[in-house]
Design a protein around this ligand. Structure first.
Ligand code: SF4
Length: 1015
């Protein structure tokens, strides 16, 4: 059912009609209707109508709509892109004279040709263009080739030949254009020779227009049946598309209807110029579509405010429209971090779906940049929001599952061309990728093992180099255990690639051999079939790998002679996801995650425009800066002639994109941004939702997920209000019946019965007591039992340094500080610390420890103590306790008494009183007297802690405990040991909070701490 303004357009007859309408006024509907009604009334045949759109997607949508409307088929595609029309004209021309069908030069082909030309210049095979100094260093890079291709294609589009470009370069002091003109000439010659019948996409429209102008018969043929040309989204017309259109309709007999919105151009960075739509054919009547069928209420007001910031092209009357009958709400929200923003967006989408019944497919998230897309996609998926990946794919090279294969392929190419080592950064990337499968701890373990081997072999290379070597030549891996598994996996894949390359295989075979060697196919398939979140991820990873093979297949099809290196270059150079023929799961019911350009022409009930940050949207950087392709377009078309005007153009283009994004919403528009130290919201936020006072932060509510609900209900069980508690009980019971995890009290740890109430050590069985644990046990029994049962985390760096100092003290015996320092330096690499100031600082700390040790030796010997042994294992039964462990140092002193010294490398130390009753030292003394060191003597001369770390005073601190016999209570240590042994064998262990809790490694399992309260 058309409104009055739409009907007026459909009823209009005349050579040219221009139709302007704001988003949602039904421009595309009218475009289809104009064609349909002409055909239905018999004024034109379907084959005599041509519907043009700027992109393939838009053309496909129009084609579907017009076919459905007419219910029949036509012999030529009714709706097509401008390029497709130009290509059709050229193909017909070739067929008529018996030439081979023309084909399009793909981006990779152009890139390869330009790469060869530039390499030829560098090698002196042909005279090099006079590139200015400023771009010399960039010449071999892929980015430069991309910029050059962009500049040359803009020239082709604008109809500039090499002489024109050189002339413009000289006129406007752009030496890079003069040099590029040289390349353009060569490029034309080379493509004419090497790829006859192949056209640059940018050249098609101009070539088709030339052909029709040069060949009146061809023009007559094309115009013979043609009665009507309808151009949808005419704001996206480029000068070349316009020229072809003009040639086609010139001479009368063909009606032309142009429909568009100058405020909605999204292709300006590709040369579209909305002014062409409103200024060409100045005498043509203009009609306005005056009713919005999409946006009403606040959404329409917001859209009008945004449009007011777009420079007016062809008047602003079309911005005044009657609102749609449905209400429209607009919200703008400020979040504290990007992660919080993504969580908030996920929450809003789930709320709309679960509470308000909005189907997933009626919602979209529009984002400007790729960085935010990745975060959003991850968080949305994690929160259970199905995301339509087909509309927001990553480039193949950025897929996590594909990256390690590309890295290894690059490494293999380097190896084949003679490289003798790999880049350690690449190796670390691969080892921690799905191919290597290592986490940070495993990587560190591998580094340390390799370093140890290196030192044993008398070498001293850093662990980075050793890692890279291990993946390249697996010789050292044979001498290592399971910690080397990630490196073995990476080596297998690398070796497969190197072998295939040496066999001269093409890229498809090389990739296939790498994939087979990785052994990932079966585990990923099994995980994918298991479903769930991991299954979804595996599914996506498999899709990504399939995408890589598909990209390789298409590359080989188009460039049969190209090498694997060319493919790698091509894939790494792709900034956007390529089209793919790989069958994917249908998008079905999912939320669209799209860029503004991809959202053009579509609409959803709820649209979230996320990441509206300053510097991101609008992005006011001038484009094409290296070779000035945008400047060239602006200069030739008269847009933005100076820097200020150019910036204004960019701002208007960016505002148009934002306008397109916000006008996709039918009922609700939500705009979000982040304010934090590094990011500020864009002024667009205030345009959409003006606020008199500073915008407050929006709090993120609990996630609308089942775990979130269960957590909240469980919290409500201790609410003060009986009604709230009763409500929570009922809902939890219902969830428990539905098997929702965590809802059933039987799954609550705190309510579980003790699983085993037998004592740790039954009856009178002996209990092993390590002296060093007596004091820990005294402070907190629960901490002791949890750590003794495996609760200790991975070892910390500081402990490793302490172990090294202990080792050196033992291996070198009593020596001077210089000898200790030299040994420390020699063994330092064993710790596997990354080079840098942190490592140097730690080495200085360790050296200070050994200096204190050397000082102590001197002082002790003056007092008559001599070293009798070190690192001695001892074991002695004392009542029920079996005291066992390793002592750091045994000394024999005046009168033949024995003293045990415990080396401490930490930063805290006990007080004097604590030393008096230190259980560890007391146990050592009991062990001496109990006969643990009979070869040195049986009378205790005391025991001491030797503080070597930060806990030491300026030089050294020996914290000594007097011999038990001299203590006021000589049996204190006996009693402590007996009590401790019994308590260690008990049934239950008590959490005793204290100063040790701050560094407790088992906090998560401690009911006395918030982290472990659920227990
Ligand atoms: S957190 Fe404190 S109370 Fe709890 S186990 Fe650790 S040391 Fe004991």
């Amino acid at each position: 059912m058309l409104d009055a303004s739409q009907r007026a357009v459909v009823e209009h007859r005349g050579p040219v009609l221009r139709v302007l309408g704001a988003p949602g006024t039904g421009l595309s509907t009218v475009a289809v209707e104009v064609v349909a009604q002409r055909v239905e009334r018999g004024e034109a045949t379907a084959d005599g109508c041509l519907l043009l759109a700027p992109t393939r997607l838009a053309a496909a949508r129009l084609r579907d709509a017009v076919t459905a409307r007419l219910g029949g088929t036509t012999t030529t595609p009714l709706a097509r892109t401008h390029q497709s029309l130009g290509f059709g004209i050229l193909r017909e021309a070739a067929a008529l004279v018996g030439d081979p069908a023309p084909r399009l030069l793909s981006g990779p082909e152009q890139d390869v040709i330009l790469g060869e030309l530039l390499a030829g210049h560098a090698a002196g095979e042909s005279s090099a263009p006079p590139w200015p100094e400023s771009v010399q260093l960039a010449l071999p890079t892929r980015t430069f080739r991309g910029e050059l291709r962009d500049l040359l294609m803009r020239c082709v589009e604008l109809g500039l030949d090499p002489d024109d470009l050189a002339e413009l370069g000289r006129e406007h002091d752009r030496p890079e254009w003069v040099a590029a003109a040289h390349v353009l000439l060569e490029y034309d010659e080379v493509t004419a020779l090497s790829a006859p019948g192949a056209f640059d996409p940018a050249w098609i429209l101009g070539a088709a227009a030339d052909h029709l102008e040069d060949d009146p018969e061809a023009l007559d043929r094309w115009r013979a049946g043609l009665r009507l040309v309808v151009v949808d989204d005419a704001q996206e017309l480029t000068p070349a598309a316009l020229r072809l259109l003009q040639v086609l309709v010139a001479g009368g007999g063909v009606e032309l209807v142009l429909l568009g919105d100058p405020d909605a151009a999204t292709q300006t960075f590709r040369g579209a110029d909305p002014r062409l739509f409103v200024t060409t054919w100045p005498d043509a009547p203009t009609r306005l579509l005056s009713t919005s069928h999409r946006c009403g209420g606040e959404v329409l007001s917001a859209a009008t405010r945004v449009a007011a910031h777009v420079g007016v092209v062809g008047g602003a009357l079309h911005r005044q429209v009657t609102p749609a009958p449905q209400d429209g709400d607009v919200e703008a929200h400020l979040l504290r971090t990007a992660a919080q923003e993504a969580t908030y967006v996920a929450g809003r989408l789930r709320e709309a779906h679960l509470l308000h019944g909005v189907p997933w497919s009626r919602m979209a998230v529009v984002v400007r940049g790729g960085g935010r897309t990745a975060t959003l996609r991850r968080v949305l998926r994690g929160a259970g929001v199905p995301v339509d990946t087909a509309t927001a794919d990553l480039p193949v090279r950025d897929e996590a599952a594909v990256r390690p294969f590309l890295t290894l392929l690059r490494c293999a190419l380097d190896v084949v061309s003679g490289a003798e080592q790999l880049d350690p950064a690449d190796v670390v990337d691969v080892l921690t990728s799905p191919v290597g499968g290592a986490d940070a701890v495993q990587l560190r373990r591998l580094r340390r093992s390799l370093r140890r081997l290196e030192l044993d072999d008398g070498g001293g290379r850093p662990s980075d180099v050793l890692l890279a070597e291990a993946v390249l030549t697996p010789f050292p891996l044979g001498r290592l255990g399971p910690e080397a598994t990630p490196a073995r996996r990476a080596h297998r894949v690398l070796a497969a690639a190197v072998d295939a390359l040496r066999d001269g295989e093409g890229v498809e075979v090389v990739l296939w051999r790498m994939w087979s060697a990785s052994g990932l196919a079966a585990p990923w398939r099994d995980t994918a079939l298991d479903g769930g979140r991991n299954g979804g991820r595996a599914d996506r990873d498999l899709d990504a790998v399939l995408g890589l093979f598909d990209a390789a297949a298409r590359f080989v099809d188009r460039l049969p002679g190209a090498s694997p290196a060319d493919f790698l270059d091509h894939v790494l150079g792709q900034d956007v996801a390529g089209d793919t023929l790989v069958a994917r799961a249908p998008a079905g019911e999912s939320v669209a995650l799209v860029t503004p350009a991809a959202s053009a022409g579509l609409e959803w009930d709820l649209v979230v425009v996320a990441g509206v940050q300053e510097g991101v949207w609008p992005d006011l950087r001038l484009r094409g800066s290296l070779l000035g392709s945008t400047d060239l377009v602006d200069l030739v078309t008269g847009r933005g002639a100076d820097a200020r005007a150019a910036r204004a153009q960019v701002r208007h283009d960016e505002t148009r994109l934002f306008h397109v994004a916000v006008t996709r919403a039918r009922h609700r528009l939500v705009v979000t941004a982040v304010r934090c130290e590094d990011a500020q919201p864009s002024p667009f936020l205030d345009v959409v939702d003006p606020l008199a006072q500073p915008r407050p932060f929006t709090d993120v509510a609990r996630p609308l997920t089942l775990p979130g609900l269960v957590a909240e209900l469980r919290r409500s069980l201790v609410d003060a209000s009986p009604a709230v508690r009763a409500d929570a009980v009922q809902t939890l019971a219902r969830l428990a019946r539905e098997q929702v995890r965590g809802a059933d009290p039987a799954q609550w740890w705190a309510l579980r019965d003790t699983t085993d109430d037998r004592p740790r050590r039954a009856g009178d069985l002996p209990v092993r007591v390590s002296p060093s644990t007596i004091d820990h046990f005294g402070r907190c029994g629960l901490q002791w039992v949890l750590r003794a049962s495996g609760g200790d985390g991975p070892s910390m760096g500081a402990q490793d340094i302490g172990t090294l100092v202990h080792e050196i003290a033992h291996d070198l015996g009593d020596t001077d500080a210089a000898a200790y320092a030299a040994e420390l330096e020699r063994r330092w690499g064993r710790l596997g610390l990354p080079p840098g100031w942190l490592s140097r600082r730690d080495l200085a700390r360790a050296t200070a420890m050994t200096e204190r040790l050397a000082t102590y030796h001197r002082e002790a010997s003056v007092e008559g103590w001599r070293r009798a042994d070190a690192e001695v294992r001892m074991k002695v039964a004392l009542g029920r306790a079996v005291v066992s462990g390793t002592v750091d140092r045994v000394e024999v002193g005046p009168g033949g008494t024995v003293r045990i010294i415990d080396l401490k490398t930490g930063s805290s130390k006990p007080t004097k009183d604590e030393v008096r009753r230190n259980g560890q030292l007391g146990a050592y003394q009991l062990a001496i007297e109990g006969g643990a060191f009979t070869e040195h003597g049986g009378h205790s001369g005391g025991a001491a802690l030797l503080q070597l770390g930060r806990a030491a005073n300026r030089t050294t601190t020996l914290q000594a405990q007097v011999p038990l016999a001299l203590d006021d209570e000589p049996r204190w240590a006996h009693d402590l040991l007996a009590v401790t042994a019994d308590a260690m064998a008990a049934t239950s262990f008590t959490a005793t909070p204290g100063s040790q809790c701050g560094t407790c490694q088992v906090k998560d399992s401690c009911p006395a701490q918030p982290e472990g309260r659920q227990l």
